[in-house]
Design a protein around this ligand. Structure first.
Ligand SMILES: [Zn+2]
Length: 314
């Protein structure tokens, strides 16, 4: 049985595990992420890998990391939330562990995990949209992960949805993720609560009486209680998501979209609306098959499993 190790590196923790060829995690572990130090990061990853490799016969290591990874799957050019700049992570970890290593963008790894073993099973053209604080994405076309010429493809959240719109951390304004992410949902809910306090009774109570006190989980909870302001925020999220998916369908024509990330935990509150709005906005609608819009199935494990599985393709 061919085993690999998948590592999912985030800003606060590193999740890692031994992955088999069916996407099952044989053994897993979790460590604190030394996000501020590239040297400690490489050592921590190598230490975790060495620990598992001592107990399992593994053939390769796949590391999924939140950053821009070059097309040779070796160097992290830049990571917004980690200290990596032109970091040769593949070489560093490879030398320390004595195994072949590949590095992938974390959203690509997640998309691959869902495509191979989760909601995308059986499809060959899949677009995975990770809706969390921002929007990440991964694209599988004809059964291959699409990375782009320089490895920078599928940064879906930074398509410009609104010229001159809300400022984005990437330096541009009006990016899709400023309207269709978890942060956008929260902002919308706070704005709604301020504009219409009478329709935001649940939200404001959960927020301790003020719009600023409202947190992300409050929006979901209030929406489930029928809070008008919270429901309106989800309606806005659904419309913006649908518009982005329709735009991507115009370019990529996938068989299915997968919605993952933290916000997908509340998918029952918005995914049906996304499907309706998508069908209403799709170019050529009525004369083409409708891509399915599915909810991610693998949760936070998708990145780890996807990174491990991608290590098989070297
Ligand atoms: Zn942006």
């Amino acid at each position: 049985m061919a085993l690999t190790i998948g590592v999912d590196v985030g800003g606060t923790k590193i999740a890692y595990g031994v992955v088999d060829e069916h996407g099952a995690i044989i053994e897993r572990g979790l460590r604190h992420s030394p996000a501020g130090s590239p040297e400690k990061m490489a050592l921590t990853i190598a230490d975790a890998v060495t620990e598992l490799a001592a107990r399992h016969s593994v053939e390769a290591v796949g590391i999924g990391a939140a950053g821009f990874v070059d097309e040779t799957r070796s160097i992290i050019r830049f990571a917004p939330n980690l200290a990596w700049r032109e970091e040769p992570l593949r070489e560093k970890v490879g030398e320390l562990v004595g195994l072949p290593v590949v590095v992938e963008n974390d959203a690509n790894a997640m998309a691959w995990g869902e495509y191979r073993f989760g909601a995308g099973r059986g499809e060959s053209h899949v677009v995975c949209v990770t809706v969390g604080t921002g929007i990440g994405g991964g694209i599988v076309l004809g059964g291959e992960l699409y990375r782009g010429r320089w490895g920078m493809g599928a940064e879906l959240g930074h398509m410009q949805a609104v010229p001159g719109g809300r400022a984005c951390g990437c330096g541009n304004s009006g990016c899709w993720e400023r309207y269709a992410s978890g942060s956008a949902l929260l902002m919308e809910a706070r704005d709604n609560a301020q504009a219409d306090p009478a329709g935001a009774a649940h939200l404001l109570r959960l927020g301790g009486g003020s719009a600023e006190g409202i947190q992300g989980e409050h929006v979901t909870e209030a929406a489930r209680q029928g809070d008008r302001a919270a429901l309106a925020a989800f309606e806005s999220l659904a419309r913006w998501l649908a518009q982005g998916l329709a735009d991507m369908a115009a370019v990529l024509d996938p068989g299915c979209f997968i919605i993952g990330g933290g916000v997908s935990g509340a998918a029952d509150l918005f995914v049906d609306r996304v499907r309706e709005e998508f069908a209403a906005r799709l170019t050529g609608r009525g004369h083409r098959p409708l891509a399915e819009i599915r909810v991610a199935e693998m949760g936070p494990s998708a990145g780890l499993v996807g990174a491990g599985d991608l290590a098989r393709f070297r």
